[in-house]
Design a protein around this ligand. Sequence first.
Ligand code: GN1
Ligand code: MG
Length: 377
Amino acid sequence: MDVPPQIGEIALRFAISGRVTGLEPFPGGLINDSFLLETVAEDRTRRYLLQHINSDVFPRPRQVMRNIERVTRHVLARLRAEGVEDPGRRFLTLVPARDGRAWVEDARGEVWRLYDFIEGTRCLVEVETPAQAAAAGRAFGRFQRLLADLPGGPLAETIPGFHDTPERFAALERAIAADPLGRAAGCREEIAEARRLAPEAGAVVAGLASGLLPLRTVHNDCKMSNVLLDGDDDEALCVVDLDTMMPGSVLYDFGDMVRTMTTRAAEDETDLARIQVEPEFFRALVGGYRQGVGDLLVPAEVELLAFAGKLITMELAVRFLTDHLLGDRYFRIHRPRHNLDRARAQFALVRSLEERLPELERLAAAAFAGAGDGDSG
Ligand code: GN1
Ligand code: MG
């Protein structure tokens, strides 16, 4: 990724002090562009994360920013009220623009935002130990609990139907029918696999529609790499990537945790033999999540925790496959057929999750058994 020429001016429209001493691309994320901004004021170096919101994916970026303003204000106030040490390391802090808004618009009307950079942390593309899965599960669970009393009503739905899994399958069928690049012939096995899984795609949307599952404020992208771990130990400090915060089911979030925290393989692993669910990781994850989320969940949610992993993994498989067929227009790729590799990896993970499902269901039930202790994690 190149640094766009106008970016220096954009940076200066935020309420930063001192002079800019560095501005370089910051890797990670499949959608938005991020840059690390460094300033020096009175001999003190400060770093920030400058981000451009991809308006093809987020057609209403101002709405995204208003959601993020509400979430950051609420969570930071709650952390302060709880007396949490150093809240600025525990959650994202927006740096306002000089005009007081939470974002800056460039000449084309594109939206940019600036966060304080949280120093001394790392994020993992591949989970390494069960303790990391537990820590991340605790952090995301705690985050869901903090959002349960978000004032001001539901957040705006910035990407309608984001986790409407049946619609994601329908989009795949449309892509197969259109087949603009003639890639479908090379994906017969993957297409057959998607069609085998399609009947199960509606479980959570149906539960939300019937009222069996509550609609809550959720993160919608709870992958392992969206939690910052302390640089020295595996404590989970901060949940990041608030772009897709919207009303939804906690199962979307827990499903993404299962997808990214119960196998050591990365999302785009090409050695499919490596893609195995490890029940010890699931046990740690669901235990940590239980501690963080406390008594928030209703029984219908607890019952679907293990299945949610399979659901979100198949949803991602279908989204990656769709994007491969349509010519990689949505997810950033780093090599040819990258989205096909991602789809294959996710389908392999679905199969491993299917094999393990009864065992994972038992582990989830055990973690949530008994009267809740309201543990604050
Ligand atoms: C995208 O851009 P990033 O990495 O935060 C995607 C998620 C996927 C994820 C898979 C808006 O997230 O839904 O789960 O890739 N975000 C959007 O890594 O589509
Ligand atoms: Mg994201």
